[in-house]
Design a protein around this ligand. Structure first.
Ligand code: CTP
Ligand code: MG
Length: 227
């Protein structure tokens, strides 16, 4: 059976968060945020390897303890998320048939259940796919003056999350031009090849820590799970 390999891009600067330290290394429930992200991937029995992609100039990673036995560190991050993923994928040297689950370092509240649902739903899929959530709120398009230009029908609109799970060979083909700004996630790269990734229902808790106020929410979610 093909392996499942997790690939975690963690080479960003967290510019929207605005801290001196990249958000993946900020303390959350007593550990760096990234440690929580890696925990859920490392403890899934279907995942054989967990590779984290950090920047070649990263000054933080080595100052923490990373006890997870499946963990590999790839110092090949690039200027964009897609380029970090492409660099990591090349360094993985996976078999073309292996499944690669790309998961944002900043999504530290992914649950075991959602991760398992993704793997179970896609293991026999011809293309692969991603966790995603149907849009719940009414969607507005805004004009440059900060006023509503239009209300966009939300029917059929979903928000893409991660992990995004594709075969290593197909993903490498899709990310050949990783610097293309149209590639904002793995699924968009696969779509550019003409494939239709499958959407698997995610969960609101699997949000991406982006702004400073997000840390308190992540902390509350992790604390509620422990309790
Ligand atoms: N990422 C990466 N390499 C980059 C940019 C982003 O590996 N050149 C990673 C981030 O570390 C993060 C994930 O991709 O785990 C999702 O990106 P995002 O949430 O946008 O993180 P940042 O790019 O760090 O944040 P910002 O966009 O606010 O600067
Ligand atoms: Mg970013």
């Amino acid at each position: 059976m093909s392996d499942c390999i997790a690939l975690v891009p963690a080479a960003g600067h967290g510019s929207r968060f605005g801290a001196a330290t990249p958000k993946q290394y900020l303390p959350l429930a007593g550990r760096p945020l990234l440690a929580h992200t890696l925990d859920v991937l490392c403890r899934n029995a279907a995942i054989s390897r967990v590779a984290v992609v950090i920047s070649p100039g990263d000054e933080w990673f080595d100052s923490f303890e990373w006890p997870q036995p499946k963990l590999e560190v790839l110092r090949v991050g690039g200027p964009s998320r897609a380029e970090s993923v492409a660099g990591g994928l090349a360094a993985l040297a996976a078999d073309a048939d292996d499944w690669v689950l790309v998961h944002d370092a900043a999504r530290c509240c992914l649950s075991d259940g959602a991760l398992q649902r993704l793997i179970d739903s896609l293991r026999d899929d011809a293309v692969g796919g991603l966790l995603a959530q149907p849009v719940a709120d009414t969607v507005k398009r805004v004009n440059p003056q900060g006023r509503v230009a239009a209300t966009v029908p939300r029917d059929g609109l979903w928000l893409a999350q991660t992990p995004q799970m594709f075969r290593a060979g197909l993903l490498a083909d899709a990310l050949r031009d990783a610097a293309n700004p149209a590639i904002t996630d793995e699924a968009s790269a696969i779509e550019l090849l003409g494939h239709a990734p499958r959407l698997v229902e995610g969960e609101a808790q699997n949000f991406k820590v982006t702004w400073p106020q997000d840390l308190a929410l992540a902390s509350a979610i992790l604390a509620a799970r422990k309790g």
